[in-house]
Design a protein around this ligand. Structure first.
Ligand code: ZN
Length: 368
């Protein structure tokens, strides 16, 4: 094992965002063994040196809204609980940074949760508190659909709205509980509203840098600086469509060309089966018809943010198992050491690599 491999495997590596637990629940498969096409399972994580995984508790807002979104979130939490009961020698629930350190030292995976999309609380602070009790340690205020209390970057109305008075109350309650506020997916207006009132460091669980790739899901330089000023962390997403404008343009054409086939799937299958069938269709088409984006492009975003605000404010948020294309070279979590080597090649020092891989997230968790 060379020095960098050793550093990677000794460092506490934290992935801030992956959708794998949706696959466990919807496909009825096991997290230990995984299934064909998955980007992560317990083996792949071990190979990739992942010590802590934040599993996304995501209710698709166009499938689940209101009480249905809340119920879907609890079903996903239950699915992770079940996996934890089934595999006590392989994984353990973490509630805190200390838990992560202890579990990582024991050689198991530390499992954490982030709720992706505040619509899942169904406008009820008691649900938010219950999420926290069950182990949820961050919440992304919106997904791609604006709620009645926070604007999303994913729809027209959201881009003109920020936090409502109730939204302010929710952020304050999250700060009081010690649940990290995640601003990935929110509108710029919501972002600035959050930064004005947040009393704890905030996170972006899976976003890139807009200066390198102009996408609403990425962050402008002044936003990145604002996150750094409150000692937060921007965890960079692995999604080529966000990270590379050329890839995104080519992908847009391919995805558009699938419309008819997708409509047909929608007509013929129930919603959940249809959404997985459309995913498979998109994954195959993107793989066949779009020139891949190298994992070095991901390193570009990490390097850009580190040069802008320092390595203390960058992390990793793959979005594995929730994306229809992946960087070439990082097809699964097992290849993560490659990224560490690439960052070292660009001049990052050992302590900076440790910060980026997970140290920064630990610090932000401790400040909640
Ligand atoms: Zn997302």
């Amino acid at each position: 094992m060379d020095h960098l491999d050793q550093l990677h495997h000794q460092a506490i590596v934290i992935d801030m965002h992956a959708d794998t637990i949706l696959r466990v629940l919807d496909e009825g498969e096991d997290l230990a063994a995984g299934a064909p096409g998955w980007h992560l399972d317990l083996n792949l994580m071990r190979q990739g040196g992942v010590d802590a995984q934040f599993f996304s508790i995501w209710a698709d807002p166009y499938e689940y809204w209101g009480a249905a979104a809340r119920d879907r979130a609890f079903a996903l939490i239950g699915a992770l609980d079940e996996q934890l009961e089934k595999h006590p020698s392989l994984m353990e629930r973490a509630f805190s940074a200390d838990d992560i350190r202890r579990i990582a030292a024991s050689g198991k995976l530390a499992a954490l949760m982030g709720v992706e999309g505040g619509h899942a609380i169904n406008d009820d602070l008691d649900v938010l508190r219950e999420f926290y009790q069950r182990g949820v340690r961050y919440m992304t205020l919106t997904h791609s659909r604006t709620t009645n209390w926070a604007g999303s970057s994913g729809d027209e109305i959201g881009r003109l709205t920020g936090l409502s008075a109730f939204g302010v109350e929710i952020v304050r309650e999250m700060n009081r509980l010690g649940m990290m506020v995640d601003i990935s997916h929110v509108s710029d207006q919501t972002f600035w509203d959050v930064l004005r009132i947040a009393e704890k460091p905030v996170i972006a669980s899976h976003s890139g840098a807009r200066s390198l790739s102009n996408h609403r899901r990425n962050m402008a330089d002044d936003m990145i600086r604002a996150v750094a000023e409150v000692d937060g962390v921007v965890c960079v997403v692995f999604y080529p469509i966000f990270l590379d404008e050329n890839y995104a343009a080519a992908a847009r054409k391919v995805l558009y060309s699938l419309h008819q086939e997708a409509d047909e799937i929608d007509r013929n299958l129930p919603p959940l089966a249809a959404s997985y069938a459309k995913d498979r269709l998109q994954i195959a088409a993107l793989q066949e018809r779009v020139p891949p984006m190298s994992y070095t492009r991901l390193a570009d975003h990490i390097e850009y943010i580190a040069r802008l605000v320092g390595a203390k404010h960058v992390g990793l948020g793959s979005d594995y198992d929730g994306i229809n294309c992946v960087p070439e070279g990082l097809e699964t979590g097992a290849s993560l050491p490659l990224l560490t080597a690439e960052l070292a090649r660009r001049g990052f020092k050992d302590d900076e690599l440790e910060q980026i891989l997970g140290g920064n997230v630990l610090r932000v968790m401790e400040a909640q």
